[in-house]
Ligand binder design. Structure first.
Ligand code: HEC
Ligand code: HEC
Ligand code: HEC
Ligand code: HEC
Ligand code: HEC
Ligand code: HEC
Ligand code: HEC
Ligand code: HEC
Ligand code: HEC
Ligand code: HEC
Length: 318
């Protein structure tokens, strides 16, 4: 059903009412006349109560919410819900015949402003549970700390064309993560400010199986090697720490640093000597005695240039 502007509102009302009644009759046959009181169940527990009643015809919402329909729905990815019997708006707001019959009774419709983050997630997950990207949300740090799908996404009022985000990604993350904003303001940093790298390149905001919601690169051992493939190897002569669990973070900070190359310490020799000291208690050999720490031997990577691993030289010279 589509109405051109200028249609007499009374005709529109009658047409819609007729359609409503017809559809109600259809639905009560389909559902044995039992109006659903619960939109989302888990076993016998009701996770999200519905406004009650059966589904109204999809188009009927237009009669009173034309602005939402036209401006905040029609051009969004969710307009896909208008196809088939997905119930359009009611895919999220629940069966709404009682809301319509009540002339817009707000106690008979799902209103997100009244839902907890868990309840909101339950509604969204009706459709987004099976996507690998979002499937871990129930276990995420975000949900555990009261961050809701609607803290980051707005189906109607998105300010970012991508992914219905409430605002541009970096600004969005910074609204809550002030400490990281400070880290990314350091002199050496991943350029999230200009979008060269995004938080979501390294993190999955919907949660991961690993700590700190850090992504793993498929088939690789660390998120960093998704982009820095040359550091990944395998090398004939590996530099052992690169292949440990901490990997790159043995030597680099991920966000930003006051040291060039995002190194953890400002003098490269101090970094190396954390491990390469005879009594450092690790697998690393101490430096040879001719490495007196006079100027020449401080710049370790002047000679040991292939610090991430080498295919030619066990001492990582080339
Ligand atoms: C007969 C007119 C009418 C129809 C048809 C109608 N609504 Fe409403 N709706 C209203 C009115 C009036 C309000 C209350 C508005 C307010 O309080 O700002 C309302 C409120 C709502 C709200 C809550 C808004 C809030 O402030 O939280 C939602 C959600 C909603 N409607 C969705 C729907 C959906 C989905 C449909 C289609 C199934 C629909 N409405 C059909 C009149 C209608
Ligand atoms: C993908 C889920 C989803 C669909 C589909 C959806 N809504 Fe909403 N609706 C929401 C959420 C979430 C909010 C809370 C505000 C926000 O985050 O945008 C909301 C808020 C509203 C409100 C409250 C006013 C406001 O803007 O805050 C109205 C009215 C409304 N929706 C009507 C509709 C109508 C009409 C349709 C169909 C054209 C529809 N919704 C489709 C999720 C949905
Ligand atoms: C902390 C913020 C945040 C929260 C909370 C959040 N999202 Fe997202 N979501 C994002 C960002 C950022 C992206 C874009 C990711 C990217 O660039 O790959 C995204 C992408 C998506 C996508 C597109 C995924 C794809 O396949 O590319 C879907 C669908 C989605 N989110 C749904 C949800 C649902 C459903 C919830 C709640 C269960 C939720 N999101 C909670 C930030 C969030
Ligand atoms: C009734 C099913 C349904 C529900 C419920 C639902 N969505 Fe969606 N969602 C869809 C469909 C269909 C698409 C479009 C998928 C596509 O294009 O592949 C979509 C797409 C998205 C996208 C991706 C947009 C993009 O730019 O790629 C985001 C983000 C999203 N939904 C968030 C949400 C959030 C948040 C909620 C809960 C408030 C929600 N969805 C509830 C069906 C649903
Ligand atoms: C280049 C990859 C990368 C980018 C880009 C990135 N992160 Fe991280 N982030 C990480 C890694 C790796 C850790 C884990 C650090 C650890 O284990 O010590 C982390 C840790 C975190 C933590 C946990 C606290 C902490 O600092 O250890 C938060 C919060 C965080 N990041 C938020 C963000 C935000 C917000 C953005 C975007 C503004 C962002 N990250 C961009 C890789 C990245
Ligand atoms: C509405 C506030 C809010 C928004 C927006 C938000 N976060 Fe969070 N985030 C939190 C809270 C609260 C926690 C849990 C407490 C903490 O670790 O800081 C958290 C935790 C995290 C963690 C895990 C930290 C750890 O130590 O395990 C990462 C990573 C993270 N957020 C990244 C992001 C990214 C990336 C975005 C943007 C896409 C984002 N967050 C947007 C509030 C938010
Ligand atoms: C999405 C791709 C991407 C991911 C993932 C990524 N980086 Fe980067 N990285 C870049 C880009 C692009 C630059 C160059 C930045 C510039 O020129 O401003 C860079 C720069 C660097 C630099 C500085 C190089 C120089 O010449 O000064 C280091 C060190 C670095 N990254 C380490 C890491 C580490 C460690 C991780 C994992 C925690 C990581 N990167 C994950 C894209 C990425
Ligand atoms: C044992 C310490 C150590 C580890 C582990 C390490 N790096 Fe480095 N990395 C360095 C040092 C030192 C430099 C500076 C080299 C120079 O100045 O010539 C560097 C430089 C870089 C650069 C700058 C460009 C280049 O290749 O010289 C990037 C990018 C980089 N590392 C990424 C990574 C990634 C990704 C990992 C994990 C796979 C990693 N690093 C693991 C010590 C390390
Ligand atoms: C986190 C600890 C750690 C750090 C930091 C570290 N290394 Fe290593 N390095 C090791 C370990 C462990 C080995 C492997 C020893 C073995 O296989 O017997 C190794 C091996 C080496 C080797 C080869 C030695 C041999 O006998 O095969 C060289 C050369 C080397 N590192 C140089 C450096 C330099 C230069 C730095 C600083 C940029 C550095 N390392 C930082 C742990 C570290
Ligand atoms: C001027 C060049 C040069 C500089 C600078 C230099 N090295 Fe070396 N490094 C060497 C040479 C030459 C060897 C011996 C290779 C051999 O035995 O054939 C060596 C060997 C090593 C070994 C292997 C020791 C063993 O017993 O297996 C380690 C570890 C090492 N260097 C670490 C460092 C560290 C850490 C720094 C910075 C503090 C550094 N090197 C600076 C040239 C250098």
């Amino acid at each position: 059903m589509s109405f051109k502007t200028g249609t007499n509102p009374w005709i529109l009302f009658l047409v819609v009412t007729a359609a409503t009644i017809a559809s109600q009759a259809q639905q009560s046959v389909a559902q044995n006349g039992a109006p659903s009181q619960c939109f989302i169940k888990s076993g016998t527990q009701c996770l999200v109560p519905s406004g009650a009643g059966s589904y109204a015809p999809t188009e009927v919402c237009q009669t009173c919410h034309q602005d939402v329909w036209d401006k905040h729905f029609a051009n969004t990815p969710h307009s896909a819900l208008l196809k088939g019997d997905q119930h359009g708006c009611q895919g999220c707001h629940g069966p709404a015949q009682a809301h319509v019959d009540g002339g817009g009774d707000t106690s008979k419709i799902i209103r997100f402003s009244t839902l907890s983050p868990q309840q909101t997630a339950a509604v969204c997950m009706r459709c987004h549970q099976s996507t690998p990207e979002t499937q871990n949300f129930s276990k995420s740090e975000h949900l555990a700390n009261g961050v809701s799908c609607t803290s980051c996404h707005s189906p109607h009022k998105s300010e970012d064309v991508n992914f219905l985000l409430v605002k541009r990604q970096t600004d969005l993350c910074y609204t809550c993560h002030a400490a990281q904003r400070a880290e990314f303001a350091r002199p050496f940093r991943h350029r999230v400010d200009i979008g060269l790298v995004q938080c979501s390149d390294c993190h999955n905001p919907h949660g991961t199986e690993t700590g700190h919601q850090v992504r793993t690169a498929a088939g690789q051992f660390a998120v960093c090697t998704k982009c820095h493939t040359d550091t990944m190897g395998p090398f004939v002569f590996e530099h052992a720490p690169n292949k440990t669990e901490d990997g790159c973070l043995n030597c680099h900070t991920p966000h930003g640093s006051t040291n060039p190359r995002l190194l953890q310490v400002n003098n490269v020799n101090f970094l190396c000597l954390r491990c390469h000291t005879p009594n450092a208690n690790g697998a690393a050999p101490g430096i040879p005695s001719f490495h007196n720490q006079a100027a020449k031997y401080q710049a370790c990577t002047m000679c040991h240039t292939q610090i991430h691993g080498s295919n030619f030289d066990p001492f990582l010279f080339r």
